[in-house]
Design a binder for this molecule. Structure first.
Ligand code: CA
Length: 714
């Protein structure tokens, strides 16, 4: 793109907030210092490198603590917007910015990467891997990406299509491109790569889709695979890829390998130079329902676990399973923080973890031995943990596959904490957790479960837990589903302070030596609190929900705080039913950068018109509507909410004019005429009759809501 075109697109941007930004594509190398001049020595010393944010969690221990103090609890009132940049995508934004020597790198939805001048916001280059939009059918949780890694002049990103790509940090041009997921696997990379000893470490998501979890390492210079660590055993008629998998196979039964096993590594990867180990978390076993994946009881190692391996070889060292024989989608992928804690009068090197299952764990970093585990949110699936081993005492009624009864448990599949990063301040000794209070209803299929070709394969009947039409029941659910910023003392094993949020899925946290904790909210604010007391000191109206983790850095001595705004992601798609509790905010995908005395302003938000429900009359036979309900809840609901109320990121189908037009409905759902907007063809997975029944079901729900005078959020 020419310079003048780029300038005019910037002008357009300032006039019209929702216009897509035209980012410059790969540019020619500029003279000057080497971009992303980061080596292993520098990564190891990142803690003292105040000005920069060199990897996803800032330092290898993933503490997300910055020693910068220029912005602090005394002058935070002067913090203002310095610059902002609109993203050219409207899907969920989850990335933490990386900053190296005055250049800021982010990834966005659809695995795109952008570089900016970190002080001025001038776009330097942009890269789009052109992920096929059809990929959305085989990923559970939006087209998101949580960030890039930098090393030796290159920027690394994992893509939704399952590639690991190295870009020239100065130009955005591709250096190498390696397919990481197996050919045809329904896997996607959404996590941020980490660079350890010259290797790019990254796993992939997909534990709802017959996949086999792994963590892989690639040579940072060539993209050649160095090793691959599988988290679950494969076909036992073939040689095991290690003794740890031979041992793990004893905890599985039946023809488990045909379903892949799950245990994907979709987020946390922590390198600990103190132990020279890499710790990572694994996802649920696949399918969710143990009654369909195994023939007898078994722990199903190494799912829902923390695993420690050697970075040079990928060799197994230890594991700790947090949820044996998981049946509630209790991924253990959440960020793992390594730290030195004084426990019982003795300094211990530990890892700290707040997984979906609601217990806060402290483990010995070298051995994986259980030190403590304490509920940090409402937990009903287990009555507690064994004080020596940490093994949960599972409540019998929570085993829906055994009882044959539907059960509502805390936490739900969304988890008491998910990927939204937490931070740890060594100065306050507190872990700042973006926690959730959520319940979930689980039930086995009434009839024998038959695996499908595409879509989530859980062995769980989602239609059982659908939002009720009754308004009082809905309000009751809404009240039970909240969010919280929790300042957790990992030694005292209790919250020092907490801040309540009306809904879940609030932003990741950043803590600083300026006695500050930063967090965005799902309701459209970016806030700062006093790290020691939790007192709210500052807030900025972001016009949109914030889910991602913030970063802070300095350029020429001036400190900045950056956060990627724009909600989306799983909660906002699937459970948008509760969005009104968070303040009815739209998605505006935008990078926000703050500094003391920053005077920039956001463009005004376009006024939204209130949507009015006006569906066609109820039609079809009850059996057709019921069949449509089943199909909807097991396929469409992942993006379109539960059809009682949809999220705001994708169209609320109850408002769709195509409810009146069965032919157009078929063209969209069956033929995929809107695939460029993310709505792909379902012709390979559903018959026209099934698709018509879904229409009849949505019409019924829309009519129920109109009768209740429930209008959707704007
Ligand atoms: Ca999962």
């Amino acid at each position: 793109m020419s310079r003048s075109k780029f300038a005019s697109s910037l002008l357009l941007l300032s006039l019209w907030v929702t216009a897509p930004v035209a980012y410059p594509e790969a540019v020619d190398a500029t003279s000057g210092p080497k971009a992303a001049n980061v080596d292993t020595r520098r990564l190891l010393a990142a803690g003292d490198d105040e000005a920069n944010w060199l990897s996803y969690g800032r330092t290898y221990d993933e503490q997300r603590f910055s020693p910068l103090t220029a912005i602090n609890d005394k002058n935070i009132g002067k913090l203002g917007l310095q610059w902002s940049a609109d993203m050219d995508t409207a899907r969920g934004q989850e990335a933490t910015p990386i900053v190296v020597d005055g250049v800021l790198y982010i990834s966005t939805a659809w695995s795109m990467v952008k570089a900016f001048d970190a002080a001025t916001g001038k776009p330097l280059w942009s890269y789009d891997p052109q992920v096929p939009r059809e990929k959305l059918v085989e990923v559970c949780c939006d087209a998101v990406n949580r960030g890039v890694a930098v090393y030796n002049g290159k920027v690394f990103v994992g893509t939704l299509a399952g590639h690991v790509i190295a870009l020239d940090a100065a130009t955005g041009k591709v250096v190498w491109d390696t397919q990481s997921i197996p050919e045809g696997a329904h896997m996607a990379i959404t996590g941020a790569p980490r660079i350890v000893k010259g290797k790019v470490l990254i796993g992939a998501a997909g534990s709802e889709y017959f996949t086999r979890g792994y963590l892989a390492a690639f040579d940072a210079e060539t993209g050649k695979e160095a090793w691959r660590f599988y988290t679950v055993p494969g076909d036992p008629s073939k040689p095991f890829e290690g003794k740890h998998l031979e041992a793990a196979a004893k905890t599985w039964s039946g023809e488990y390998w045909k379903y892949g096993g799950g245990g994907t590594v979709w987020d946390s990867i922590t390198y600990d130079p103190v132990t020279d180990l890499v710790y990572f978390g694994t996802a649920n076993a696949e399918p969710w329902n143990p009654g369909v994946r195994n023939t007898t009881d078994g722990d199903n190692l190494y799912t829902a676990s923390i695993v420690a391996i050697r970075p040079d070889t990928g060799e197994y060292v230890w594991h700790y399973q947090e949820t044996p024989e998981d049946r509630w989608d209790y991924d253990s992928n959440q960020q793992i923080i390594a730290a030195d804690l004084k426990i019982g009068g003795q300094m211990r090197r530990v890892v700290m973890h707040a997984p979906k299952n609601g217990f806060f764990y402290v483990l010995d970093a070298k051995t994986g031995k259980f030190i403590s585990g304490t509920p940090f949110a409402k937990v009903s699936w287990a009555s507690g943990l064994d004080p020596v081993t940490g093994r949960p005492n599972v409540n019998p009624e929570a085993k829906y596959d055994v009882t044959g009864e539907a059960v509502t448990v805390y936490p739900g599949a969304y988890g008491a904490h998910t990927w939204h990063p937490m931070s740890y301040s060594p100065e306050t000794g507190l872990v700042y957790i973006p926690a959730n209070q959520t319940a979930g209803t689980f039930a086995s299929h009434a009839e024998e479960w038959v695996p499908g070709e595409v879509g989530m394969q859980t062995g769980v009947d989602f239609s059982v837990g659908a939002m009720p039409a009754d308004i009082e029941e809905r309000e009751s659910w809404q009240k039970k589903t909240t969010g919280e910023l929790l300042a957790w003392d990992p030694i005292a094993r209790s919250a020092r302070w907490s801040v309540q949020h009306p809904g879940p899925a609030n932003g990741g946290t950043l803590s600083t030596a300026g006695n500050l904790v930063f967090q965005g909210t799902a309701g459209g604010e970016f806030r700062a609190y006093a790290a020691d007391t939790g007192k709210q000191l500052w807030s900025f109206a972001t016009q949109t929900g914030v889910a991602a983790g913030p970063a802070t850095y300095s350029v020429n001595g001036r400190q900045y705080v950056a956060v990627l705004a724009g909600w989306g992601t799983l909660w906002d798609l699937f459970a948008g039913v509760l969005a009104p509790a968070s303040g009815r905010v739209p998605n505006v995908s935008r990078l926000l950068v703050f500094a003391l005395d920053g005077k920039a302003e956001l463009p005004p938000l376009s006024p939204n018109s209130l949507a009015v429900l006006d569906p066609p009359p109820v039609a079809g036979e009850p059996e057709q509507v019921a069949e449509g309900a089943w199909s909807f809840h097991n396929s469409c609901s992942i993006c379109h909410g539960d059809a009682a109320v949809a999220g705001v990121l994708v169209p609320d189908l109850r408002l769709s004019a195509t409810l009146n037009n069965p032919e157009l409905w078929q063209k969209i759902v069956h033929d995929g005429i809107l695939k460029d907007r993310g709505m792909v063809a379902w012709s390979a997975n559903m018959t026209p009759e099934q698709i018509e029944n879904i229409r009849l079901y949505v019409i019924k729900r829309a009519n129920e809501d109109r009768a209740l005078e429930l209008q959707p959020p704007i």
